[in-house]
Design a protein around this ligand. Structure first.
Ligand SMILES: [Zn+2]
Length: 179
């Protein structure tokens, strides 16, 4: 969706247009949102970024769709999840995203899990677990820590094979080109 868009594009994709607001119109399932997130992840590879994609849903409609831009922007915080949360907040006009479901291809890292908690996100759906850096169940679970002021319900493993396959292919290609 954002492959050829400029970096500072507005955060409101076509599906958030008022004309698409009739009840039931534009509503996507978590599986369909994951398909979009996987397509976003594939677009990250075009600029040398690790393929991770994130889609934000509000009332079941897509309000943000982003991919990892860490290399593209030379920004260590430009993970797909944080970019999608920022777009979602712009689209809704509030930092408090308790009505938002974030659908992401890979288990969020500590930074992004912290962002989910800070934004009071309503629900997290992710694909592949990240055994090396995941902070939503693998290394930590910042989304379910009663010491923090918000907990985020998690659905894990949606299209996990596709997401991990994308990542594996990316790192294999990078290793081959480094040889
Ligand atoms: Zn992250």
């Amino acid at each position: 969706m954002s492959t050829s868009a400029p970096i500072d594009r507005p955060g409101r994709p076509p599906s958030a247009d008022p004309g698409n607001r009739a009840p039931g119109v534009g509503v996507v399932t978590h599986e369909e949102a994951m398909d979009l997130a996987l397509a976003e992840a594939a677009a990250a590879v075009e600029h040398g970024d690790v393929p991770v994609g994130a889609v934000a849903l509000h009332d079941g409609r897509v309000i943000a769709s982003r991919h990892n831009e860490r290399e593209r922007r030379s920004d260590p915080t430009a993970h797909a999840e944080l970019l999608a949360l920022a777009d979602a907040a712009s689209a809704l006009g509030t930092w408090r995203l308790s009505e938002v479901t974030l659908v992401v291809t890979l288990e969020p890292c500590p930074m992004c899990a912290g962002g989910l908690v800070a934004a009071r996100v309503g629900q997290l759906v992710f694909g592949a677990a990240d055994l090396k850096a995941g902070a939503c169940g693998s290394l930590y679970n910042l989304c379910a820590d009663p010491r923090l002021n918000h907990e985020v319900p998690i659905t894990a493993g949606v299209r996990a094979a596709e997401a991990s396959g994308q990542l594996k292919a990316f790192f294999e290609a990078r290793r081959r080109s480094a040889d």
